[in-house]
Design a protein around this ligand. Sequence first.
Ligand SMILES: Nc1ncnc2c1ncn2[C@@H]1O[C@H](COP(=O)(O)OP(=O)(O)OP(=O)(O)O)[C@@H](O)[C@H]1O
Length: 569
Amino acid sequence: MIYQEKSKKGVDITWRDVKYTAHTKKYHREILKGLSGICKAGEMTSIMGSSGAGKTTLLNILCCRAENTGEVKLLGDITANGKSYDARSFSNFAAYVMQEDLILETMTVLEVLQFAASLKMTGTEEQKQAKVEEVLKIMLLEKCQNSIIGGYAIKGITKGEKKRTSIACELVSDPDVIFLDEPTSGLDSFTAYNVVDVLQQYATEQNKTIICTIHQPSSDIFMKFDRLILLVDGKFIYQGPRDKTKNKFGCFDFQCPYLSNPADYFMSIMYAESEKNRNNYKVYFENFEKKLSEEISKEIDQHRTELILHKSAQASCLTQKSNRAQIIQAIILSLFTGLIYLNLPDPESHRDDQCVVNDYNGAIFFLIQNTHMNTLFPIVLSLPLEKRVYLKEENAKLYSATGYFIGKMVIESMVAFICPIAYVAISYYMIGFNQNFVCFCFFILVCIINSFIGLSQALFCGSLFKDPQTAINITPLMTLPFFLFSGFYKNVTDMPDWNAWIQQISNYRYVFEALVRNDYADNAFTIYVIGQSNLDQGKWMSVLMLVVLFLAFSTFTLILLNTKKQRLQ
Ligand SMILES: Nc1ncnc2c1ncn2[C@@H]1O[C@H](COP(=O)(O)OP(=O)(O)OP(=O)(O)O)[C@@H](O)[C@H]1O
């Protein structure tokens, strides 16, 4: 990541004649109708309006997150200090805080910020730590810095602290402009006030441009805004300093009743479901055109023009976290397996004993299943949140899809590598598999490859489905049929022709054959068991097929990640 000298002089966001139109065969709608405006450095601007007025659309357009293809069309100029920007250059000077707080639940506040700093900052560890401490202080998070974020299952920090942590994650990169979609949504009035108060002070003290949408602010929160934009049916009825709304709005022949919350009053006159209000819209628009639009145009013309110089790179793909729980789980399960199959009878003295064959095959299959599932399911279960966090970071151009894939592979590969070793090393000799050391090493090697296939399948399923819940539901459906084609449950040559192809992509089939051939290599069962199951690929051919499967799932995942990126809003 390369940081250049930052402009401390502030950034003005301006837009001229922005039109956003949705057009299909059955439907034509002008969502934003030629809007022009400015949000200035050192000020907190709030965009307010009735439901469906176009607030989120305007915010998304300013953040380069609005669709602009096919059925929706965006026209107009959007600039930062007079220079046009796009989604890539946006992240060089600005940050976007989503309404939803997407933070990994098992980390502490401090860890989350340290992680964000490692992704978004260059410099020494001391500089990063200093920035994290500064941001903790600004966002009033010092007291809860060692508390877990938490979520549905784990009790963690409060909603207000979570929102401030989300904002703090963006502040570590010191953006000049911060966009926030409904930063107070879901918070009680006092917590909401705290969040807005902190943001407003930050804008003033650090000369930052803060732009947010907001629904129904309390009067205390309303008084914190420096600038206000009131939007009705895709057009402005007011834009300017918040403290001038009284006078300027007075010229519209509407006066906020004495002792009323002005925000409530504005919302009441913009409420689109009221026919009386809708009739008045025409008057508001005319008044805005006559009395305010010229002033806004002048302000836009006087925008700042300083050059914005900023960071221009993505973080290393290795900066992520590992998981100890899976390794502990593997150790416990291997002890359990070893105890269940402890000291199986010597094959030499049980040549014709079908029960002993079944026990050996069962032990092999159980180990195969566990080394595969131990990697597959934790990743599929953790992907829902992580995928959205990844998309958030990808949207902010912190890393690319390929960077994420490589990083994820490298980090998860530690677990995918260690777990099968722990699993086999503990249970192999307890069960009494082939005592030859080379066979023991081969057993471990095949289980490691199988574990990596689980990793690539989990990432493939997670990337294939847009909805994380679908990924969780469909993954077992996609992988469990592979069990049936392993040769363990049913002889592979007895399968109907129409589904024979599933055998070719079943990792269980190849792992089972490789391990059965390995274990029975030079003992009495060899001919009997292998002949019985009709396993005909050969030991090393099976290994080769496993490597091909791993590479195939990984390649498909990479293609999917690069082609199915979404803009989070
Ligand atoms: N891509 C799109 N295609 C069609 N219609 C759209 C599209 N995006 C937004 N709209 C419509 O434009 C209108 C404004 O949407 P927007 O989300 O900006 O409203 P809003 O003011 O943020 O409302 P709310 O406060 O309820 O979220 C809505 O009626 C919405 O259905």
